[in-house]
Design a protein around this ligand. Structure first.
Ligand SMILES: NC(=O)c1ccc[n+]([C@@H]2O[C@H](COP(=O)([O-])OP(=O)(O)OC[C@H]3O[C@@H](n4cnc5c(N)ncnc54)[C@H](O)[C@@H]3O)[C@@H](O)[C@H]2O)c1
Ligand SMILES: O=C(O)C(=O)C[C@]1(C(=O)O)C=C[C@@H](O)C=C1
Length: 363
């Protein structure tokens, strides 16, 4: 039996546990600092065993996944270095920053074990084991950041296990990772939070701000609902990268201020054109980029029971829906449903079926 120990069975740790649990020759042990959380992991069937003892979880483990907030990674690595880990054990983490944890692992000696940093580029704004999903990493990129002196066979051991996530594994240098992920993940979270808080202040004066907030505001601010502790740690840890990125961001907003002051209509149009062209050529329908899953939008009449009808049509054709959501529903206007599927094939079949029975489908 291969033992996989997961420290912090929340959104990411829980999703990993679900990917590994029940696979041949694998047993999954979850660790929490709280008795009640360990009990919950078992209750939800996410792990085979749960414990609050770090030593018990780590003892004899073939793989150790550290899935706690970034600020806790260094203390965990230090604590593990004082234990007798199983020879050949791979210690990895899922933190959203990679340079500092790699540095901590270099500073201590994990006797007989190897540290390889990791970061699945998939997530959501919800947190905790309740939000965990076996599908979270499917088709996403999963970055691993082994130091150059880590033997390839150790790297291969981790890659081989991660096949259960169905993610695409890529290797990167930790500093380069933090620079790039700072720009495409951490900076957007700061912008979303700053924007929501700006509107929150206005809405204290007039509630119409909240009433009128529609698709545009929702699209750009979903991630403002992310876990405060997790994000506090990420931003503090990657602050040097972020301070530089925010300087560039300020230049971008200053340029808009200039264009508005100078009534530079052409400049504004050009900025939208350039952004649109760049965004439209980003790979679509890939988790971790623009579409989190295989999705389409269906215009529907505003009739009671319409969701049931669409779901039944797809079910009758044995097409598996992974999610269905009303994104527009007002009394006098037709609605729009967002349908999500786990595979391109399901999406293609659903589009064909829905169009055949007269629905208008778009992407
Ligand atoms: N949320 C995302 O989208 C996302 C994506 C990829 C990677 N990550 C990284 O994954 C890690 C976990 O994030 P998550 O989203 O699963 O968060 P989460 O809140 O869902 O899970 C965090 C887990 O750590 C435990 N924990 C919290 N504080 C702790 C402490 N002080 N000591 C010990 N355990 C503690 C919690 O009980 C929970 O089990 C973070 O390092 C984060 O940067 C997050
Ligand atoms: O989709 C989301 O909600 C996420 O925030 C996921 C996201 C991202 O920014 O893309 C967030 C943090 C991670 O470290 C990796 C992925």
């Amino acid at each position: 039996m291969k033992k996989i120990a997961i420290f912090g069975v929340g959104l990411i740790g829980g999703s990993l546990a679900l990917c590994f649990k029940g696979k041949p020759g694998i047993t999954v042990v979850g660790h929490s600092i709280r008795e009640s959380s360990a009990a919950k992991y078992l209750e939800r069937g996410v792990v085979d065993h749960a414990t609050t003892s770090m030593r018990e979880a780590a003892e004899g483990a073939d793989f150790i996944f550290l899935c706690v907030p970034v600020g806790n990674l260094a203390p965990y690595v230090r604590e593990l270095s004082s234990m007798n880990l199983k020879p050949g054990c791979i210690v990895t983490d899922v933190g959203s920053t990679k340079a500092s944890v790699a540095e901590s692992a270099r500073e201590v000696r994990l006797e007989g074990a190897t540290f390889i940093g990791g970061h699945p580029m998939a997530g959501k704004e919800q947190s905790g084991v309740e939000a965990a999903s076996i599908y979270l990493f499917e088709n996403a990129f999963y970055v691993i950041t082994p130091d150059t002196d880590v033997p390839q066979q150790e790297v291969d051991k981790l890659i081989d296990l991660l096949k259960y996530t169905k993610a695409h594994i890529i290797q990167a240098d930790p500093e380069k990772h933090d620079q790039i992920v700072g720009a495409i993940s951490h900076l957007p979270h700061i912008i979303a939070v700053a924007l929501v808080n700006q509107i929150r202040h206005y809405s204290n004066e007039d509630e119409l701000y909240c009433v009128l907030a529609a698709g545009g505001f929702r699209d750009i601010t979903r991630i403002a609902s992310s876990d405060p502790v997790v994000w506090r740690d990420i931003l503090v840890d990657n602050r040097n990268v972020l301070l530089n990125l925010l300087k560039d961001w300020n230049e971008g907003t200053s340029s808009f201020i200039r264009m508005l002051e100078e009534k530079d209509a052409e400049g504004i149009e050009e900025a939208f054109k350039e952004a649109g062209q760049f965004r439209n050529q980003l790979p679509e329908r890939r988790k971790g980029m623009i579409h989190s899953i295989y999705e389409c939008y269906v215009d529907v009449p505003d009739h009671p029971g319409i969701i049931g009808r669409v779901a039944t049509e797809l079910g009758n054709s044995a097409i598996n829906l992974s999610n269905i959501q009303i994104i527009e529903s007002r009394e006098d206007v037709p609605g729009v449903l967002r349908l999500s599927f786990r595979t391109q094939e399901d999406l293609d079949r659903a589009v064909a079926k829905l169009e055949q029975i007269g629905y208008s489908v778009h992407f």
